[in-house]
Each structure stands twice: as structure tokens, then as C-alpha cells.
Write a protein that binds this ligand. Structure first.
Ligand code: ZN
Ligand code: ZN
Length: 181
């Protein structure tokens, strides 16, 4: 089960669409677990949010067994700088762990036309699949159509597919099966 905890207000129809898409990607049910207040302890001076602290400190329902928690936030997420400086953060995931966050901040404007809402939903779902994939120990994928392709890649389609390639899909299925036994 994937439990989605929102840290900002989102449209119920958008969340329902996301749940369906995550079910298609992973074969796991999704629960919309309600909205919580973002944890103050993750706030950085200047209004940004420490992504690692946020996933540690944010309130969430109690999980059982192989449940995963996905936080949806609107915050400007900060990651620790690497050798090339700070990577742009669409989200953060405890690789192989329980909790991940995706921020809607870098997404294209949702707008109100059918086409712009569809583009927004697909990009959101792609990022959610990506960071949940890391929870199942998936690594980045070379296929630009795969949700495990890096979020910052210039090869991403403007309206990307919200799905895993066959290789990543099979790997996630194996990991999910193992976690259940
Ligand atoms: Zn990644
Ligand atoms: Zn892949």
C-alpha cells in the first residue's frame, strides 16, 4: 500500500488520478491519507525546506509491513550539495526505505485547460513513480521514456509518460514480491 500524505492543499480529482496511475505502475493500492502541516524543523532560513529532514519529521499514519509513505509538498526543496553543487530537487527518497517526498513546485503551471491539467498530472505522476521507485531500490534508467530517468534530464519529453520501462517494472515487481514474503 502506498499512503499519500499531502503537506499542501491539492484537488481531490488530481489525487484520485495519481492513485490510479501509481496502481498501474506498481500494482499496489493507494490511500489518500489526508493533509498534514509541514514540519517546522525542516524549514531553512530564506524559506526553503530541507528535503531529508522533511521526510524524517513529517507526520504520517502508522505503517504496516511493506507500506510506503509519499508526501506531496509545495515547498522549495533543498538537497545537500554534491561535487557539482546543489542538484535541483523535484523530490527526495530514502533509497530502499519507507518515505519519499515530491514537490509540485517545479512542475509546469497546472492551468485550467484540459491539456494543461493533463500535462501537470502526468509530470506529477512521473515524479511520484520516480521517487517511489527509489524506495523499491530502483536506480536511474537510461531510457528517457522511463519514470526512473533522472528528473533533471534534458531528454525528458515535455509531457512525459508516467510509467516504468519493462526492465524497471520487472525489478520493482521482484522487490515488491520479496518484501511481501
Ligand atoms: Zn532519482
Ligand atoms: Zn527504466
Amino acid at each position: 500500500m502506498i499512503r499519500i500524505v499531502t503537506l499542501a492543499p491539492y484537488d481531490a480529482a488530481d489525487l484520485a488520478w495519481l492513485g490510479k496511475t501509481l496502481y498501474t505502475a506498481f500494482g499496489l493500492g493507494t490511500e489518500i491519507a489526508g493533509e498534514r502541516r509541514p514540519p517546522a524543523s525542516a524549514e531553512l532560513p530564506g524559506g526553503r525546506t530541507d528535503a531529508e529532514k522533511l521526510v524524517q519529521a513529517a507526520g504520517a499514519p502508522r505503517v504496516v509491513a511493506d507500506d510506503k509513505i509519499l508526501f506531496l509538498a509545495a515547498a522549495d526543496l533543498a538537497l545537500p550539495p554534491g561535487p557539482l553543487g546543489e542538484p535541483p530537487a523535484w523530490g527526495f527518497s530514502q533509497q530502499g526505505g519507507e518515505r519519499a517526498v515530491v514537490s509540485t513546485r517545479r512542475l509546469p503551471a497546472r492551468g485550467s485547460t484540459e491539456a494543461s491539467v493533463e500535462a501537470w498530472r502526468r509530470r506529477l505522476a512521473r515524479e511520484c513513480i520516480h521517487f517511489i521507485g527509489h524506495l523499491w531500490e530502483l536506480h536511474h534508467c537510461y531510457d528517457p521514456r522511463c519514470a526512473m530517468h533522472p528528473s533533471w534530464s534534458p531528454d525528458l519529453a515535455p509531457i512525459p509518460d508516467a510509467a516504468l520501462c519493462n526492465f524497471c517494472r520487472e525489478k520493482s515487481e521482484r522487490k515488491i514480491r520479496l518484501a511481501k514474503t
